[in-house]
Design a protein around this ligand. Sequence first.
Ligand code: HEM
Ligand SMILES: [Cu+2]
Length: 559
Amino acid sequence: MTDSQVKNTNIITESYQDLSARDWRRYFSFSTDHKVIGIQYLVTAFIFFLVGGIFAMVIRGELITPEADLIDRTFYNGMFTMHGTIMLFLWTFPSLVGLSNYLVPIMIGAKDMAFPRLNAAAFWMVPVVGVLMIASFFVPSGSAQAGWWSYPPVSLQNPTGQLITGQFLWILAVAISGVSSIMGAVNFVTTIVKMRAPGMTFFRMPAFVWTVLSAQIIQLFGLPALTAGAVMLLFDLTVGTSFFDPSKGGNPILFQHLFWFYSHPAVYVIILPIFGIFSEIFPVYSRKPLFGYKVVAISSLIIAGVSGLVWVHHMYASGTPGWMRMIFMLSTMCVSVPTGIKVFAWVATIWGGKLRLNTPMLFALGALIMFIFAGVTGIMLSAVPVDIHVNNTYFVVGHFHYVLYGTVTMGMYAAIYHWFPKMTGRMYYESWGQVHFWLAFIGTNLNFLPMHPLGLQGMLRRVASYDPEYTFWNVVASLGAFLLGMSTLPFIVNMVSSWIQGPIAPSNPWRAIGLEWLVSSPPPIENFEDLPVVISEPYGYGKSDPLVSNLEGIIGHSE
Ligand code: HEM
Ligand SMILES: [Cu+2]
């Protein structure tokens, strides 16, 4: 580069850098801007993803040999408990809430969320949850060890007799996280229902917004059950009530109902926005409208509804009577209908399209393939005889990691790459993105596929040692896990270096259709100069209809 070129880029970037220098400090403040909050959520969640990932490495390090020789068995219990808890409550939920926070107001043509201060308060509870969780490693009892679902009576054991135990901090953190999520849900539902721009009818909303709406409705009806269960458990643990303690006449199965009444639908709170990401990304990189948009949109609501009627499939082995198991087996299988419709719609969208295999598309395709596999093992598990056979084995662990890593985490990566230019005003480096994808895709399959034969052969989950006959697949899984852990490095390098010095992003690098792509990258403080007036349906790929009637007014006259 010659000197004059360097000077030139400096001039072009100056105005952006002014903004980003100011932004840098805003990320550490009680900002009420939904875009700042969105990025605060995403970065915080990713830091906890790394923590949960390190715990996963410790677990897989222990499991590379049959003997429990790397760490103490009690510590192992703490590791899988905190790994699962952190991954769910501090990675998937907050990262998706962050993405939704960033995108939903812009996608529906609003200047912010309905309740900006509530939004900021909900975010700042997340670091509190994280600190409580991590602090639990430093109390005398050590961290919680009763698994991420914290069933009594195991979770009520308190050998050290202290008040502040790891389990106590765990319950407190989960309860706070529940309150934060309820606050978020009130905000999202109100925003989507009340803040849409003129002309943005429900059936003109991008499918992603439909999925967020459906997911947040689940939060509203489900979270009170979990939060109530957590508070009752806390009372049992600390002040001697006996809601769940069988030795004092309590009923531990009641906790399982309260827990799963929320925690099954919770998996849809997580997966629905990922379905939304698929529905946004496939049309852009196939240059075709989303196939069956209205049906896809409505399917999200149907999935949310049915998801409230299936929770006992986690309790087939909890002494549930046969007739009840049959009912829940059938209702569970019903969820596959609207889900199958969506899978069909995505495949039909991609089919015959002009595919561009950029990093976001690769991640979305990889995630879709792994979701289809997880769907097959999921249907297997919904069948009572299969579940009774593999209950509490590695088959289940394999299944849900295909969902939580293969689909959710990979889908999150697709979204981060796709909207990175919009959020930061910089392009990421494509070749690093490709390396990240292939390492992650191979690593995920090497890591989690072997868990299925292990489970079918009878290897139990939550054990630090195992019979030597299971060694082979465990070695493969651990090597896959280390590869997967390493795959995160090119991602971090890419994100940090492109955010600091990547090429400046235009407002619409992917030639995508949507309100967020009409405004600058990053969007101005209140997103739009004037509210957009929406005049056509989303996904007009291959058509030439304009999306809004007042483009000039939206982006302001300075451009
Ligand atoms: C490199 C990535 C990962 C590896 C190697 C890994 C490995 C494991 C292993 C081996 C277990 C079972 C431990 C045991 O039962 O003894 C486990 C449990 C679990 N993992 Fe992961 N995992 C990874 C990523 C994730 C992600 C991204 C999520 C969620 C978003 C997740 C959620 C869970 C949950 C909920 C449990 C259950 C914990 C419990 O039994 O209470 N994992 N993981
Ligand atoms: Cu379930």
